[in-house]
Design a protein around this ligand. Structure first.
Ligand SMILES: [Fe+2]
Ligand SMILES: [Fe+2]
Length: 166
């Protein structure tokens, strides 16, 4: 892989690790609110982002490239109401979609076919991520100030396990 692709993939590893960090901070935020289901959902999400970082890490190494790990940014510790937390998660995923699209564009410009194939998995994944987080935002909007609806959603999202993914 050429330098431009290698740098872009390394930057994306950092984005995915930072995503994991944000979701972990959101998990801690929900844990403080005693919303165990949302906490579980966020922990699963943090785990999934680590796996995304590892896919890119492996891709670079398998192709004889070099992994450079940079410092991971500090996520905020406060996220507001459950709706605000998921709204922030959604705008974060939209940001990541933009990063993946940009990465794919670079892979096209550099005629890097293996990178394009690897990135197609991420393009699919981002559709799923925005869909899942977007649905949670909509459901939280519907719940509004209704505490029992909120607890029902907390229970429902808490069902998420690692095995359902992919
Ligand atoms: Fe990701
Ligand atoms: Fe994500």
């Amino acid at each position: 892989m050429n330098d431009r692709i290698q740098t872009a993939f390394n930057d994306q590893i950092n984005e995915e690790l930072f995503s994991s960090y944000i979701y972990l901070a959101m998990a801690a935020h929900f844990e403080r609110m005693n919303l165990d289901g949302f906490t579980n959902w966020m922990k699963e999400q943090a785990q999934e982002e680590l796996e995304h970082a590892m896919r890119l890490f492996d891709h670079i190494n398998r192709r004889g490239g070099r992994v450079f790990l940079k410092a991971i940014g500090e996520p905020p510790s406060e996220y507001g109401t459950p709706l605000e937390v998921f709204e922030k998660a959604l705008s974060h995923e939209q940001h990541i979609t933009g990063c993946i699209n940009e990465l794919y564009k670079i892979a096209l410009e550099e005629n890097d076919y293996p990178a394009q194939i690897e990135l197609q998995w991420f393009i699919d994944e981002q559709v799923e991520e925005e869909e899942n987080v977007g649905r949670a935002v909509e459901q939280l909007r519907m719940a509004g100030d209704n505490q029992s609806a909120l607890l029902m959603l907390d229970r429902e999202l808490g069902q998420r396990t690692g095995e359902e993914e992919e």
